[in-house]
Design a protein around this ligand. Structure first.
Ligand SMILES: [Zn+2]
Length: 165
């Protein structure tokens, strides 16, 4: 069991079939991105507690602020019908090389996923962050990736944090 502060490392073969299939969706979606000559490929698959699956891909534009992360695309699809996201799978590669380390979600996506928990029955979804060859998959929780996330109503999300001393 992953608590709010820990990150565990696994390989693809350590995961159950459901998790493996979700990672396959993330890989499949990484290839869908635009434009085709981009250098970074990232795909994301999100599973909800109701069994729905939403996927996204990284869309790169010359102006970085106009680009879309794979996580954001998947999140916005989920928000249209089922925001109860329980598990988030992210995979990526570079055109010229593999990512040796797990590909992590950017700060903006972490914040948006944190804000989505206001509309979700799941308050602390689990992330599966994969390196390219799937030998290193970091499994962790939202509150570990983004402790004290900003909340416009309360200031920050304190409920699941373990504040010491
Ligand atoms: Zn992002």
């Amino acid at each position: 069991m992953i608590d709010n502060r820990s990150i565990s490392l696994a390989s693809f073969d350590d995961l159950d079939l459901c998790d493996q299939n979700m990672i396959k969706y993330a890989i499949e979606w990484a290839e869908k991105g635009f434009p085709k000559h981009r250098n970074t490929f990232v795909g994301c698959a999100m599973a909800t507690i109701n069994g729905n699956i939403f996927c996204g891909t990284h869309i790169a534009h010359r102006r970085m602020h106009a680009s879309t992360c794979a996580e954001r695309m998947a999140l916005e699809k989920a928000q249209l019908s089922d925001p109860n996201i329980d598990k988030i799978y992210v995979w990526g590669k570079r055109r010229d090389r593999d990512f040796a380390n797990p590909v992590s979600s950017c700060g903006c996506c972490r914040q948006l996923i944190a804000e989505n928990t206001n509309h979700s029955e799941v308050k602390n979804p689990t992330f599966y962050l994969c390196n390219t060859d799937l030998s290193s998959i970091a499994i962790t929780k939202l509150r570990c990736l983004l402790p004290l996330a900003f909340d416009r109503e309360f200031g920050c999300y304190l409920d699941d944090c373990q504040i010491r001393g």
